[in-house]
Design a protein around this ligand. Structure first.
Ligand code: ATP
Length: 480
């Protein structure tokens, strides 16, 4: 069952903008479709997610090292990887509305409507036929299927369609100043290839022995056709990928190992296991012999956040063939050369960001002691990922209280992100910090001057306790 909550999704998008997490790109010019900018608190949250992944994958594993490869790569890379020939979606345009659709989305949408009208068998048959035609790349057959079923354009309502065409998702540009076909290069659509082409450089310089991994975080670009789900599907996004090089024949056990390991990472951050599930791929990409998605229950339904792929020796062998350079490893244990197999873990940083907001965003209402109603929006972001860890709030702007607050911040800011605020009532400041997901608010009041104590308020329970200033740093540090 698909559980969706469009209202919650819309609320998250508005909240993200209002509180400085995510803005539409170049908004003063009405934005750019499926491109977003991260604001002050969004960039902090994103950095914390990136660091959590990076530290887990590199520091916590003796046999994984990181790299930072360039976005531009030699164009033959994308021939070898299969992206020039295979990285495309079949599209169709409606001649009346001039709207463009991904063929599979158009047909699936129509099949959904059939199913809702109780015509389940017809819907299943339609999707099965579509799958067959897609697998065989029969573009004319797909057009015929749309016409025979009289599938209308959701905008114009007509069946006046163009031919189906394959549309490559890679962005291209020119290297240098001459616009010549030979200078055409691509903005990488995945970070993985930067790892594959550096396989030997890394293996030799970091003295790695199979099995070992190479991790990387970086931008990727895809000219996505359907791009209307906020940061779920973007045209410019960031991936956190790790390629794990193994002896051929051991791929099943390493695939299982990484499935378990990656799921553990998600739950160790504080996200509940019951919001996750594995989804095995039945249709495999040209390079894979097994693939699974880690799905999360987003407000827009169960969706992929991370993929784990057993990529065989496809990439290294292909680069070996195209470059003419040996991409082999000499295994001293068996005295043999081989092209290693690869298990890949690939997660979208922006999608993990959306996951975090989806889990954290909570609207609460309650009745106060005096019988009145109260409410708040709170982001229950796990403390480790929260942009601000501690806000320090002087009760008033005078009597030396701001100076004490300033000293607390000076003492703690080396260890975690602190935030100072003196404007508005304490209640309003608490609400604002709740909306930013700040786990702790520290209030400096007149008693502080007498006994060096402050109140510390917990974001989730809203409980306050009085503690010594000297205890603050440890309380906050121990929470993540
Ligand atoms: P999808 O089926 O959602 O298009 P995919 O299977 O093509 O994704 P991969 O190529 O396996 O995705 O990419 C790995 C990860 O990168 C995905 O799990 C996702 O988190 C992220 N990702 C892929 N495309 C996008 C995008 N357009 N915007 C944001 N994140 C993306």
């Amino acid at each position: 069952m698909l559980v969706t909550d469009q209202n919650k999704f819309q609320a998250i998008i508005s909240h993200a903008k209002e509180y400085g997490f995510v803005f539409p790109s170049s908004e003063i010019y009405d934005g750019l479709s499926a491109v977003y900018d991260y604001g002050p608190w969004g960039s902090e949250l994103k950095r914390n997610i990136r660091d959590a992944w990076w530290n887990e994958m590199t520091r916590m594993h003796d046999n994984i090292v990181g790299i930072d490869a360039a976005i531009f790569m030699h164009p033959t890379t994308w021939k070898a990887s299969g992206h020039v020939d295979n990285f495309s979606d079949p599209l169709i345009d409606n001649k009346d509305s001039k709207k463009r659709y991904r063929v599979d989305h158009l047909i699936e949408g129509f099949a959904d409507d059939l199913a809702k009208a109780g015509k389940h068998e017809e819907a299943e048959a339609l999707v099965a036929e579509m799958d067959r035609l897609l697998a065989a790349s029969e573009l004319a057959g797909l057009k015929l299927l749309i016409e025979e079923n009289k599938i209308p354009c959701p905008v114009s309502g007509t069946v006046n369609w163009t031919d189906v065409r394959q549309f490559n998702l890679m962005f291209s540009t020119q290297l240098g100043s001459v616009a010549d076909e030979s200078d055409l290069i691509y903005l990488r659509p995945e970070t993985a290839q930067g790892i594959f082409v550096n396989f030997l450089n890394v293996q030799k310089t970091a003295r790695m022995k199979v099995p070992f991994g190479i991790a990387q975080v970086g931008k990727a670009f895809r000219n996505e056709i359907v791009a209307r789900q906020f940061i779920f599907r973007m045209r410019e996004f960031e991936q956190m990928e790790m390629q794990f090089f193994i002896k051929p024949g051991t791929q099943k056990e390493w695939y299982e190992f990484w499935k378990t390991e990656r799921m553990k990472w998600h739950t160790s951050l504080g996200f509940p296991a019951d919001l996750y599930r594995f989804h095995d791929h039945t249709k495999l990409a040209h390079y894979a012999d097994a693939a699974v998605d880690i799905e999360f229950q987003f407000p827009i339904g169960w969706k992929e956040v991370e993929g784990i792929h057993s990529r065989t020796d496809f990439d290294l062998s292909s680069h070996q063939q195209y470059s003419g350079k040996k991409m082999q490893y000499f295994d001293p244990e068996i005295n043999q050369n081989y092209v290693p197999y690869v298990i890949e873990t690939s997660i979208g940083l922006d999608r993990m960001f959306l996951l975090t907001l989806s889990y954290a965003y909570t609207e609460e209402k309650w009745t106060k002691e005096d019988g009145g109603e109260d409410s708040r929006v709170v982001l229950r972001i796990p403390a480790k990922l929260a942009p601000i860890k501690m806000a320090v709030l002087p009760l008033t702007k005078k009597d030396g209280l701001p100076d004490i607050a300033g000293d607390i911040i000076k003492d703690c800011r080396q260890d975690f992100y602190c935030f100072y605020e003196e404007k508005d009532s304490i209640g309003k400041r608490y609400r604002r910090m709740d909306a930013l997901g700040t786990p702790f608010c520290v209030t400096v009041d007149h008693q502080t001057k007498e006994d060096n104590t402050v109140t510390i308020r917990n974001r989730d329970t809203m409980k306050q306790e009085r503690v010594l200033i000297s205890e603050l740093k440890n309380i906050v540090k121990n929470s993540f």
